[in-house]
Design a protein around this ligand. Sequence first.
Ligand code: DQA
Length: 137
Amino acid sequence: KKLIIINGPNLNLLGKREPNIYGSLTFTEFLDEIVHKYPKTDIDYYQSNIEGELIDKLHEVGFTYDGIILNAAAYTHTSVGIGDAVKAIETPVVEVHISNTFNREEFRHQSFISPNARGVILGFGLQSYELAIQSFL
Ligand code: DQA
């Protein structure tokens, strides 16, 4: 299986950013563990802080990969463009969030991704990503 994890804005700061909410592990450390734990699965990784680059990446992988694990971060709540891209591609997308966005500010309760996602996993810390990977196996 060929999967990709796509992370949106500010997730490059994982480990440093609000560790009380997002944990103290960097994403590279986490990814290292995961890649070793699922040796038969090909897991690519992409991160961008730029909305259009995230859309370009969805287009690039969205007709050939078996699954996309997308944490669009703040764009989840604002981006009609990323929502449309998820709808436009063929590869199923699982939406992921580290935190439980429903016990946070009201503006985090809306998602432009969810209506077109295969499913949503949130609130389990970095484990949310692993659960999303498992959903494709
Ligand atoms: C997040 C939740 C978003 O509301 C926030 O903007 C993020 C991270 C999460 O993984 O918990 O940057 O997507």
